[in-house]
Ligand binder design. Structure first.
Ligand code: JFZ
Length: 423
């Protein structure tokens, strides 16, 4: 019943003019900051700590009284985002622990009512985003380990939370829709809603049709995406890939290799968890992250790179360092990423291609084993091929088998050797 009611009501979803404009903006933007920040950050053990350490609701409810991010400076966060070359932020308005990081009137379980800090950080961040020209999206968890009506039982967090055995599921969905209404009316224009957690109860009636039309009615330009790891449902405006390039499934999450015609986004962590982790120093290198971003661009997908700010409100210095380095790279090479679409040659082991609005093709050589490389032919004959850096002519020949490139060692760059192709 859940699925058929959804299809019935959403099948004919026609994105509004504003929504189509948002989709274009989104695809041009290419790069955003994902922020997982909540009362879980205090424990420094990732955002799943309530589930992983089996903390009952009653005990977890003490955490908000310790949340006092006195060093939080929204202006500093947003300036950093700009220096990093990012165009938008997606922040957790509520994660699986159910705690609202915004001022909610339908619950007391929120940052204003329950923490010594007492301020609406989402509002502070939104005001600063507006000032500095950054779009703000909300990650909102459908899964809720705190709400008593998150029922029927089963799924994650069931055995230990101390919640009642029975509940009114519709009551929970009403509550979620009421919070979404707050997020879409009290904070001005929002980039969109990034859902997550439906996978926890595959057979529940999520009343998606209702939730999605509510969002589109309140803000026609707001884009809906969901981390459900299956083909997009009607009513969604972009497709999400968690920690994998579109079509790949190295993490074992993605249950579809369908790449839809919707705008795409790939999200990735800097270390192993999304929320602040005190012990995990396993940071990905700048090289690896830049190359992932380039490959994502080669699929036409945005790159949403995560940081888990500390409980004091500061972004981990290691993360800032990486983000600023990536921003420096983008200052120089951003023309080959921003406002491009997927190029004529799909991403390969050696790299990816992007295409600018004027038809210029960029060949991104990420992995050069030696000086010669054969790549597939382009749809048209090459008019000119030059190095993006320096502008010298590239040595190449167009053969029946593809394009034979000769890239001398001294022309090869650290992360990405980029060729500018006019056809
Ligand atoms: C989800 C969240 O659980 C996680 O905390 C984080 O917010 C991330 C962006 O999204 O991650 C998932 C969701 C589903 C699965 C795995 C990770 N799954 O179904 O295996």
């Amino acid at each position: 019943f859940a699925v058929s009611s959804l299809i019935f009501a959403q099948e004919n979803y026609q994105p509004s003019k504003e929504n189509l404009e948002s989709r274009e903006w989104f695809q041009d933007a290419k790069y955003g900051l994902f922020i997982h920040w909540g009362v879980y950050s205090i424990l420094g053990d990732g955002e799943w700590v309530m589930n992983n350490q089996k903390i009952p609701v009653k005990q977890y409810e003490r955490l908000p009284s310790f949340f006092n991010p006195i060093d939080f400076d929204a202006a500093e966060w947003v300036s950093m985002v700009k220096k990093a070359g990012m165009k938008y932020i997606t922040i957790t308005s509520k994660h699986h622990d159910g705690f609202a990081m915004f001022d909610s009137d339908v619950s007391e379980y929120d940052i204003v009512d329950k923490t010594p800090y007492g301020k609406d950080v989402i509002k502070m961040l939104k005001d600063e985003c507006d000032k500095q020209g950054i779009k703000l999206f909300f990650y909102h968890s459908q899964l809720d380990w705190h709400h008593p009506d998150y029922f029927p039982r089963g799924g994650t967090g069931s055995g230990f939370t101390g919640r009642p055995q029975n509940g009114n599921w519709d009551n929970y969905i009403d509550y979620m829709n009421a919070q979404l209404t707050e997020l879409l009316t009290n904070y001005g224009e929002i980039g969109g809603i990034w859902f997550d957690g439906m996978w926890d109860k595959k057979n529940a009636d999520w009343r998606l049709a209702e939730t999605y039309s509510l969002i589109h009615e309140l803000q026609p330009g707001a884009m809906i995406g969901s981390n459900h790891h299956v083909k997009p449902y009607p009513g969604e405006d972009f497709q999400m890939f968690e920690r994998d390039l579109p079509g790949e499934n190295t993490m074992g999450f993605n249950q579809t290799n369908t790449i839809s015609a919707l705008p795409l986004e790939m999200c990735e962590t800097m270390n192993g968890t999304w929320g602040f982790n005190l012990q995990d120093q396993n940071y990905k290198s700048v090289k690896r992250l830049i190359q992932t971003m380039v490959k994502a661009s080669g699929y036409g997908a945005n790159f949403l790179l995560n940081t888990g700010p500390m409980p004091n409100g500061e972004i981990q210095p290691e993360n800032v360092d990486t983000l600023i380095k990536m921003g420096k790279w983008l200052e120089k090479y951003g023309e080959t990423i921003y406002e491009t679409r997927k190029g004529p040659i799909a991403p390969q082991d050696w790299g990816a291609t992007t295409i600018a609005k004027d038809g210029t093709v960029y060949i991104h050589l990420l992995e050069l084993k030696d000086e010669n490389l054969l790549i597939p032919s382009l749809p048209e004959k090459i008019n000119s091929a030059t190095y993006f850096t320096g502008g010298e002519k590239v040595n190449y020949s167009e053969t029946d088998y593809g394009i034979l490139l000769n890239i001398p060692k001294e022309k090869q760059e650290n992360y990405d050797t980029i060729l500018t192709i006019k056809m």
